[in-house]
Write a protein that binds this ligand. Structure first.
Ligand code: FES
Length: 133
């Protein structure tokens, strides 16, 4: 059974503040998936884990929390399973998510649900958590 919840990412523990810089756009290769965790590598828990995906000049971000069992989706640190160029497969029960769209699950045990999107902005070549949301 899949719970269909609307999660406000800003209410999750250790959510980054609006305007928080992530990296330069040029540091992400087209098609790359990279995880950022907050508060960084300080060892504090629980970490807020963010997936950033670059699709051309578009950059999308989602909370790294599968809506099937609310687990991080990577296999190990920084290692994500790919289903296609634009799709990520959760390493637990193989749900597939479209990172180029709105993070919807297109196949698997939570089909029809969505990853929680975190709005970004790119200005002067820098990717940041969007302000004003
Ligand atoms: S936790 Fe992701 S598919 Fe089950």
């Amino acid at each position: 059974m899949t719970l269909m919840l609307n999660v406000d990412w800003r209410s999750l523990p250790n959510a980054p503040a609006a305007g928080t810089p992530l990296c330069a756009l040029g540091e992400l290769a087209p098609g790359e998936i990279r995880e950022f965790s907050f508060p960084g590598d300080s060892g504090a828990t629980p970490l807020f884990r963010l997936i950033v995906y670059r699709d051309g000049d578009q950059v999308n971000a989602y909370v790294n929390q599968c809506p099937h069992h609310w687990l991080p989706m990577n296999r190990s640190d920084g290692v994500f399973l790919r289903w296609s160029h634009t799709e990520l497969m959760c390493s637990h029960h193989s749900a597939v998510f479209n990172l180029a769209g709105n993070g919807e699950c297109t196949m698997g045990p939570c089909q029809g649900s969505n990853l929680t999107r975190v709005p970004l902005q790119v200005s002067e070549g820098q990717i940041r958590i969007r302000t004003g949301d």
